[in-house]
Design a protein around this ligand. Structure first.
Ligand code: BTN
Length: 252
């Protein structure tokens, strides 16, 4: 793959841009079909959560991908996407972000972007709907999350238009997606992710997944992006889903 050229469709209001792209895919849409909406009435997050999506407050974006990499590496799509958002926020807004495992973008330890990738079956084969939500203003997140969330508008030195962020995102995604398909592309994603995250190595974290809770120190990523965790008083565990929070030294 030498070139990847997304085709963007714009909507005022949709339930979820992921739903919209999935519906287009079931009607035969091509790879690269992307949807941007001013608002989502039923925005979705990871782990069955909702994603607040008020009108004009965020960038709500989804794109259809048909990756040609080995299916056991498709999990790296979200890692690739996190790197692309990080590139785009640096380029369009001069913002430096950190990636929290697996794919939350943080600025000053507060979440500025979330990523939701869903695998769907279509007539043309299995595909991925990659959804990205970027907080553009403080209206994007509920006021109860004021300590945990942040937006581009609160951090950027000058006003940044949604269209500038979108254009930078599409460029970065295209670059990163092409690169993922090159020889060594999957290893490069892991290496680049490790260089943009303090969560990959030596971080004392708590992991929750349903009823299970583990505490330990991170010890790098598996080839598919799973997190290796040295659990307290025990061996090495591999984490493939769940929430990871940093445990500060004082709350140990
Ligand atoms: C998360 O951090 O929980 C993931 C949030 C993903 C939100 C985006 S907004 C665009 C796309 N449409 C959705 O319904 N969700 C994703």
């Amino acid at each position: 793959m030498n070139l990847f050229l997304p085709k963007i469709l714009r909507y005022e209001s949709v339930s979820s841009t992921n739903n919209e792209v999935a519906a287009l895919a079931s009607r035969g849409a091509e790879e690269g079909t992307a949807v941007v909406a001013d608002e989502q009435t039923a925005g979705r997050g990871r782990l069955q959560r909702t994603w607040a999506s008020p009108k004009g407050a965020g960038l709500y974006f989804s794109i259809l991908l048909r990756p040609k990499i080995s299916p056991d590496r498709w999990s790296l799509i979200t890692f690739m996407a996190a790197l692309a958002v990080s590139d785009a926020l640096q380029e369009a807004c001069d913002l430096t972000t950190e990636i929290k495992w697996p794919n939350d973008l943080l600025a000053g330890e507060r979440k500025i972007c979330g990523i939701l990738a869903e695998v769907i079956d279509t007539e043309a084969g299995r595909a991925v709907v990659l959804g990205i939500g970027i907080n553009l203003t403080s209206d994007a997140y509920p006021s109860a999350l004021v300590d945990k969330a942040i937006s581009v508008g609160e951090l950027a030195r000058s006003h940044v238009e949604r269209e500038e962020v979108l254009a930078a995102l599409v460029r970065a995604l295209s670059r990163r997606y092409v690169s993922l398909h090159e020889p060594e592309g999957t290893t490069r994603v892991i290496d680049d992710w490790m260089s943009r995250s303090s969560y990959g190595e030596g971080k004392f974290v708590r992991v929750t997944n349903g009823d299970e809770m583990l505490t330990g120190v991170t010890r790098g990523l598996e080839k598919d992006g799973a997190l290796r965790l040295q659990v307290e008083g025990g061996g090495l565990k591999t984490i493939r889903a769940g929430d990871v929070v940093q445990v500060r030294a004082e709350s140990k």
